[in-house]
Design a protein around this ligand. Sequence first.
Ligand code: IPE
Ligand code: IPE
Ligand code: MG
Length: 249
Amino acid sequence: MNQLSPEEKNNLPRHVALIMDGNGRWAKSRRMPRLFGHRNGVENVRAVVNTAKEVGVPYITLYAFSTENQNRPSDEKSGLMKLLEEFLKKELSSMMEDGIRLRAIGDLSGLPDFAQKIVEDTIEQTQENENWNLTLALNYGSRQEVLKAVSKYAQNHPGSANVPTWEQFSPYLETAGLPDPDLIIRTSGEFRLSNFLLLQAAYAEIFVSPLHWPDFGRDAFLEALADYARRERRFGKTSEQIQPSVHIL
Ligand code: IPE
Ligand code: IPE
Ligand code: MG
């Protein structure tokens, strides 16, 4: 797919969250080490972020490293962290030019010092940018995020037995300030969330691509956006309530 139609452009998600899976399998199919897959995966991040800018999706969140990925071999983990550093160093100037604000969710204190530092520095340097929003989920796990939010909420409301509303509770999540994802894309044909944005995804549309992440480029992303544009999001209502004019009888 090369272009979105005007109708598809009118129905774009505001926030797309991507579970970038399959780098290892992509490399294995080429008889290359896993890190070769990760390196090509990082290249693909550029393609997807550029496409989001091209069509006008203001919020992109990328699942880059999960809490559970801490259990991977240490050479893979350190390779990933070096790729992260390289990526942020290289991208800073274009992030400033394009007005991209970087955010991170996840427990950054569990990253090596150099990685934590470059992430924090880039967040600080881009904090005034307001055209586009790129969020990296790093050492992120949704359950851990929720448990921390519960604890912080309780600290701020000592002795209260009231059940908070979602509006009262959600600012305690790490995604405070971000809209809920409208579309979650997972590559590599896996139909699971792997501890990603479990509460925020309550009404997200889900799209699974068979492609491995390094192959999920501009065209595949446009396909996913076009597929999203054709869906009817009902949020518990009936189809007739959503599109009354189409259901006159
Ligand atoms: C996704 O690719 C990248 C990370 C989880 C960091 P994988 O490394 O999970 O690739 P597969 O699933 O082994 O193919
Ligand atoms: C999910 O991929 C995490 C990221 C993409 C960072 P995994 O490859 O870690 O997920 P599982 O283990 O197959 O569920
Ligand atoms: Mg995987």
